[in-house]
Write a protein that binds this ligand. Structure first.
Ligand SMILES: [Zn+2]
Ligand SMILES: [Zn+2]
Length: 319
């Protein structure tokens, strides 16, 4: 007998499948009707908001551009890239430093403004990637093709799920579970805030030459879409292009231009060799902006116990 949420496709009416998919746009724990049917297929209904984010960028044709809008888009790119690499990746996924429960919640909120789902989903899939990097079960290995590794993997029922058994240390916090369940709340608040700030600036500071729709399109949609594609180059390109300093079991590479684009994540071969380090650059010239930001947070006592590479790693270098 199938498990309660495992139905053959033919037993679930199309209307119910569609309403369930739409409900999961806002509540990621809403029951799945047909996830058991080929869990690696692209779920196009689930993918609609993702496609919509890209289409919304075309709004620049109507709202125009201003230096204000470009600065806001750039600032939100930098802050949210830092949140993805410094919080979602190095804290939630790898626990490379310590933080209080309150700070951890703030990290989760800022991280979820990047529109890359909740912290538990992100960390669960990322831990799975490290355990099985570039093996058959690795959902975003470029061995499955560029587009599969870049973005198609998370548009599948298997990629959509959060396997809580991989993140028991995070799942015990109800506030993080809530952020993960309703992962569109923070992004929607950010979008609404940008529109409101733009509308106020139009009235109070007309010399800035901006307005609500313009800040919404540039600050939210364009910034988020560029941020997304830059982040996932680490899955699609950093396992393909660059140098290998360590002979890891996977295809990870060190790549300086990906490191600049992603604030330090491009030192991906170093990272796969020793994932527990808060710092990913190993040499002084391996620019790792996220690490400098974390050092600053450590000086301000927001975080502590930043882990680094142990001395023995240099003896394992092969190039
Ligand atoms: Zn990797
Ligand atoms: Zn990692």
């Amino acid at each position: 007998m199938p498990a309660p949420d495992q139905h053959d496709d033919t037993t679930v009416p199309a209307g119910r499948r569609w309403s369930a998919a739409v409900l999961r746009w806002v509540d990621t724990e809403a029951s799945a009707t047909d996830d058991a049917r080929d869990p690696d297929r692209i779920d196009w209904l689930r993918a609609l908001p993702f496609a919509g984010m890209h289409l919304a960028c075309l709004g620049v044709i109507w709202v125009g551009v201003s230096p204000t809008a470009l600065w806001v888009a750039l600032a939100l790119y930098v802050v949210r890239m830092f949140a993805i690499t410094g919080f979602y990746h190095r804290y939630f996924s790898h626990r490379a430093y310590r933080a209080s429960r309150a700070a951890q919640f703030v990290f989760g909120v800022v991280g979820s403004s990047a529109v890359q789902r909740g912290p538990l989903w992100w960390a669960a899939h990322h831990r799975h990637h490290h355990r099985h990097a570039d093996l058959e079960v690795d959902l975003h290995s470029p061995r499955h093709g560029f587009w599969r590794s870049h973005m198609l993997w998370f548009l599948t029922p298997r990629g959509f799920r959060t396997d809580l058994s991989r993140v028991p240390d995070l799942a015990k916090f109800p506030e993080l579970r809530w952020l993960d369940r309703f992962d569109t709340v923070v992004p929607v608040l950010l979008a609404v805030s940008l529109y409101a700030v733009g509308a106020v600036l139009e009235q109070r500071a007309p010399h800035l030459d901006t307005n609500g729709p313009q800040l919404l399109i540039w600050g939210f949609f364009v910034s988020t879409v560029v941020l997304f594609h830059a982040s996932v180059t680490i899955n699609s390109l950093a396992h393909r292009f660059g140098r290998r300093r360590f002979d890891t079991r996977d295809d990870s590479r060190n790549n300086w231009w990906l490191a600049l684009l992603t604030l330090g994540e491009g030192w991906h071969n170093n990272h796969h060799f020793y994932p527990g380090s808060a710092r990913q650059g190993l040499r002084w010239w391996e620019v790792d902006v996220t690490y400098y930001g974390l050092k600053l947070l450590a000086m301000l006592r927001v975080v502590g116990d930043l882990k680094s590479y142990p001395a023995w790693v240099t003896a394992r270098e092969v190039a």
